[in-house]
Unconditional design. Structure first.
Lengths: 292, 344
């Protein structure tokens, strides 16, 4: 029983962080059709900016979360204005933008390395203490991580479903040309999506850094898992990405517990490849009919 | 100029190129510079193969360094564990790299586009993580624990080409010509593939899958072929790399290394024949300069990737034609307005 609770707690905490990362990634892919290789660095940046705010101004945790969100949103906006805007609609956008964002990723990583150094810091914006459930220790930080992620994802879901702003995003994702003909300003929708996804990434980064430490490479591993989650959910499927994040995190926690942590991700990947052989469009993706 | 067909023309260029490199040691006698040319040849091989796969066959794979590493590791393991001679280990490593590509290709190439990029990247990264977290000793080498896949330090100090006792202080010349041999093989292989029937099929699939398959070209089959062939030649480069540097380690999997090679392909020009060579030279010079400016290697890599993809997506190889088109047509909002395109 204790084992089960332990796996559940680890899985849900991991899942919350993966969900934050992959929902943003999926949102960007769904709307702009681009894969953001720099998403991991958006997370890292959010974590580092929050760290700076905590060290310099001594901000409390709640403000720290807001700072991380703002930092993520800003880098998302900057990416759109400086890079993506010029490439939208160009030939081979899908692959070219992958290259460009990968370049951006390595650029930001280097800048962080130069500013903060490569030494891993502990994240000061962390709630200490723990409670016990049966024989299992649950840190307050894990609980906070879970609820912050849940709140944010539900908020995004509400935004997408019930507001004008969300309708514009969904319309653009569904059919860019038709949405533009109906008077949706696609350019500003893209900007908003990048800001929103960046915001989620910033928080994800802060949460990840509380579980481990801050380092310039910290975004790489969660990004990889977010990729896999998005692929298995079907690229661009936001709801599916959120669900798959929790499912795969629980799986990873189980494998990690029984066979050792280093086999968690490989098993996950193997499963994903099997899923894709069975359903190449992903679990929740719709089969696309390509007109020639 | 219609005297030669395309294949012959490019083979002649290849011959002239290899000939020039063969004569180079007459003029370059410094060991350091010769070492740099060797590095150039090795990276150029990898970049040419990636261009074959990505630019011609349209498979956006990020597992290129995995196949390179497979060649390097295969060669290192063959020499360390199986006591093979270096010359036997390199082809074996290249073939095993190709087999690995076949398996990965069968799993990944049912998908297309960005999906392939993500899965290949995930597989390469997973291999990296599995290798560096491995702590179990497989054997003892000089009383040091040696993991099966080298662990976090990798393999080093194994046999090299064996020119040191033979050529004494000129051993680097031996290495140079050995690498040049592999380069020659790769260049001829790549040119024959690109300008032969296979390349034609690859480009047909890249340009229009529907049309190509209606003419009887099976996308999956040809893309797997491209995957395996480019992995064979990449593995060869990896084996030669390991034999020259007497090193094969997890640093080969690093993201910045992958980006370094990617920038060569992109800067040189995706889908060209000789672009990757131009790109390799350019990027090596850029990185060399940025190192002198204070460890700005990754900064330079990132910037050049972004700048080239945004401003010159066809790379240096097409610099001339791109400029001519720009001047002639004035690319007003043509590409940026999908609605207008839809109306037309």
């Amino acid at each position: 029983m204790d084992v089960l609770i332990q796996i559940l707690i680890t899985g849900l905490t991991l899942g919350a962080m993966y969900a934050l990362a992959s929902v943003g990634l999926s949102l960007i892919y769904g709307t702009l059709g681009m894969f953001n290789m720099a998403h991991g660095l958006f997370m890292t940046l959010g974590a580092y900016v929050a760290y700076s705010a905590a060290v310099i101004f001594g901000v409390p945790v709640v403000v720290g979360i807001l700072v991380a969100m703002a930092a993520g949103a800003l880098i998302g906006i900057a990416t759109h204005l400086l890079i993506v805007r010029f490439m939208l609609g160009s030939k081979e956008f899908g692959t070219n933008i992958l290259v460009a964002t990968a370049g951006l990723g390595i650029l930001i990583e280097d800048l962080i390395l130069k500013t903060y150094g490569g030494y891993p810091y502990p994240q000061p914006l962390k709630v200490e203490g723990y409670t016990r459930l049966g024989g299992v220790t649950i840190t307050y930080q894990a609980i906070i991580t879970f609820f912050v992620a849940l709140t944010l994802i539900l908020a995004v879901a509400w935004l997408l479903k019930n507001t004008r702003f969300g309708r514009a995003i969904r319309a653009t994702a569904l059919n860019r040309e038709a949405a533009m003909l109906m008077g949706v300003k696609a350019d500003s929708v893209f900007l908003q999506v990048m800001a929103l996804a960046g915001m989620l990434a910033g928080v994800a980064g802060l949460m990840i850094s509380t579980q481990a430490t801050l380092s310039p490479q910290m975004g790489g591993d969660p990004l990889l898992k977010a990729f896999v989650i998005c692929v298995v959910a079907g690229l661009g499927n936001v709801w599916g990405a959120g669900l798959c994040a929790f499912a795969l995190a629980l799986l990873e926690a189980t494998i990690g517990f029984y066979f050792g942590v280093r086999f968690g991700f490989p098993t996950m990947l193997l499963l994903v490849i099997l899923v894709l052989i069975w359903r190449p469009q992903g679990l929740f993706g719709q089969e696309q009919v390509v007109r020639l | 100029m219609k005297r030669f067909d395309e294949l012959t023309r490019h083979l002649l260029i290849a011959g002239a190129l290899v000939g020039t490199f063969a004569l180079l040691p007459i003029f370059i006698t410094q060991r350091y510079l010769l070492g740099e040319v060797i590095v150039f040849l090795i990276w150029a091989m990898v970049a040419m193969n990636w261009n074959l796969l990505m630019g011609h066959a349209g498979v956006f794979s990020l597992a290129q360094m995995l196949f390179f590493a497979c060649g390097a590791y295969g060669m290192a393991m063959g020499v360390t564990f199986a006591n093979m001679s270096v010359w036997a280990a390199i082809p074996v490593a290249a073939i095993s790299s190709s087999l690995l590509a076949l398996v990965i290709g069968l799993a990944c190439l049912r998908l297309t586009g960005a999906y392939v990029a993500l899965l290949t990247y995930a597989i390469a990264e997973m291999t990296h993580v599995l290798i560096i977290t491995d702590t179990e000793c497989y054997t003892l080498v000089r009383n040091n624990c040696q993991q099966l896949f080298g662990g976090s330090t990798g393999f080093s100090r194994f046999d090299d080409f064996g020119f040191r006792p033979l050529l004494k202080s000129n051993w680097i010349l031996g290495n140079y010509y050995a690498v040049l041999g592999a380069f020659c093989f790769t260049v001829i292989g790549v040119v024959v593939i690109i300008h032969g029937r296979l390349g034609l099929a690859f480009r047909a699939i890249r340009d229009n899958v529907g049309y190509a398959s209606s003419r009887g070209i099976n996308r999956t089959k040809y893309q797997i072929a491209a995957f395996a062939l480019s992995a064979l030649l990449t593995g060869l480069a990896g084996g030669v790399y390991a034999a020259h540097f007497r090193f094969a380690g997890p640093s080969l999997f690093e993201f910045s290394t992958l980006m370094f090679i990617l920038s060569m392909v992109v800067v040189g020009g995706l889908g060209s024949t000789w672009g990757p060579l131009i790109g390799t030279g350019t990027m090596m010079i850029v990185v060399e300069f940025s190192k002198e400016l204070g460890d700005a290697r990754n900064l330079a890599l990132g910037l050049s990737l972004i700048v080239f993809v945004v401003l010159l997506p066809k790379g240096l190889a097409h610099l001339g034609t791109t400029l001519i088109v720009k001047v002639k047509h004035r690319p007003d909002q043509e590409h940026r307005n999908p609605v207008r395109q839809a109306q037309e």
